[in-house]
Design a protein around this ligand. Structure first.
Ligand code: PLP
Length: 438
């Protein structure tokens, strides 16, 4: 039975908190994606989370598919993570000196990931990528970086660039405050287009330090790449003595313990991690072969440091989370559950001839408002479809399902989402789609 005309949820307390937060923070938020700029209403202020659920300040309960933008693969407030963090916190918050717990998390990762031999912990995905880029430049003694239109790598000056016109372009800054001279070191090419990459290597012969890609691009919708394309990237970078960097801040530990490198069985030169690796605490990491990592200070000449790097509480959360992920069958169950969920939404939409394309890999999914059957590059996305998302988002919130507040954001399913939760979410989504296409 289709539900129509659900009244808006109460947002009184959230609205009040937002009025106040605007006096403290630019735009009232500490990260711009949290503002509800492209959807209806004021941002919801979150009170608490448990398992797959979120509660806002007004007491509204939601099934959450944002999962803090990816880190919460076990859901909110996981008991094992909470216990390990509490136990560790009893010994102190930070020491600025090596601790055994850093070894413990590193060992857990390196023993179960054949694509990196050594790593360095940092405190965010942005920091991981920034350090990986510096490492690539220091190692190759070259300056230019190739990035792809539609991939996000954090708010690093040289990567806050967008494509200009033309197939292979110097980046144009996409943020005020990024010098044009920095953007000139970044070459932007379209995704899934090996010809453009070849052209970049011809034009900038012997100048390209690295090609950086989200092997599973998930910041501009979910733009699944052909595996052949990723393999060709591996080949062309090796041939030109450039490094291939996989930015796995989202895909790392998400599509499998070995991330996208394991999923596609492609060996990149450097891999960056964030989100899941910290179990909900601020952790990032970058890793590579021993030989490449030996260039990092104090062993090598590439400087990189951090007061809170390898923070014990953050390491504890990471250990507790990754230990669960490493259990036999963890990814099989989570990925199957997500596929069933995404397929059901696609079937429902197709049966009613709604212009919807659901893309999914592992436990990541994206509901695109498009009649295309495959979306692989930023240019394939119709910006006007975001009007449909805006309606869809409101209808979902009013019915108790929480998505990130932008149609370009993907959804995440966690191990805490039971089949019953997913069944309920599915019905809500069906109703919301009916209203969206009314
Ligand atoms: N790289 C990718 C692929 C990301 O998705 C993000 C964040 O969403 C980052 C880097 C930056 O990570 P952080 O927000 O932790 O700085």
């Amino acid at each position: 039975v289709t539900t129509v005309g659900k009244p808006d949820i109460s947002r009184e307390k959230s609205a009040e908190l937002y009025r106040k937060s605007k006096t403290f923070f630019p735009g009232g938020v500490n990260s711009p994606v949290r503002a509800f700029k492209s959807v209806y209403g004021t941002p919801l202020f979150i009170e608490k989370g448990d398992g797959p659920y979120l509660w806002d300040a007004d007491g509204n309960k939601f099934i959450d598919f944002c999962c803090s933008w990816g880190p919460l693969i076990l859901g909110h407030n996981n008991a094992k993570i909470r216990e390990k963090v509490t136990e560790t916190a009893l010994k102190g918050m930070t020491f600025g000196a090596p601790t055994a717990i850093e070894n413990e998390l590193a060992e857990l990762i390196l023993k179960n990931n054949k694509f990196i031999q050594k790593l360095r912990f940092v405190s965010s995905g942005t920091e991981a990528v920034m350090s990986a880029i510096r490492l690539a430049r220091g190692y190759t003694k070259r300056d230019k970086i190739v990035k792809f239109e539609g991939c996000y790598h954090g708010h690093i000056d040289s990567l806050l660039v967008k494509a200009g016109s033309g197939l292979v372009t110097f980046g144009e800054t996409s943020s005020a405050g990024v010098p044009e001279s920095f953007a000139k070191e970044t070459i932007v090419v379209p995704l899934n287009n090996i010809e453009a990459v070849k052209q970049a290597f011809t034009e900038y012969k012997d100048q390209i330090a690295a090609v950086i890609i989200e092997p599973i691009p998930a910041n501009n919708g979910l733009l699944l790449q052909d595996v052949e394309f990723l393999m060709e990237l591996r080949e062309i970078t090796s041939k030109n003595k450039s490094l291939l960097i996989f930015d796995e801040v989202i895909s790392g530990f998400r599509v499998g313990f070995e991330g996208a490198a394991g999923f596609y069985q492609i060996q990149p030169d450097i891999i960056t991690y964030g989100k899941i690796i910290g179990g909900g605490m601020p952790v990032g990491a970058y890793g590579a072969s021993e030989e490449i990592m030996s260039n990092i200070s104090p062993e090598g000449a590439v400087y990189q440091a951090g007061t809170l790097s390898g923070n014990p509480i953050a390491m504890a959360a990471g250990i507790a989370q990754l230990t669960e992920l490493n259990r036999l069958g963890f990814y099989r169950d989570l990925n199957n559950k997500t596929k069933e969920f995404a397929d059901a939404i696609q079937r429902f939409a197709s049966a009613r001839s709604y212009r919807v394309c659901v893309q999914q890999v592992g436990s990541i999914f994206w509901i695109a408002f498009s009649d295309k059957t495959k979306i692989q590059s930023a240019a394939d996305i119709d910006p006007t479809s975001m009007e449909k998302f805006k309606i869809f988002h409101r209808e979902c919130l009013n019915r108790g399902v929480y998505f990130g507040p932008s149609g370009y954001e993907v959804g995440f399913v966690s191990a805490a989402h039971t089949k019953i939760d997913l069944e309920m979410a599915k019905r809500t989504i069906f109703d919301a789609l009916d209203i969206t296409f009314k």
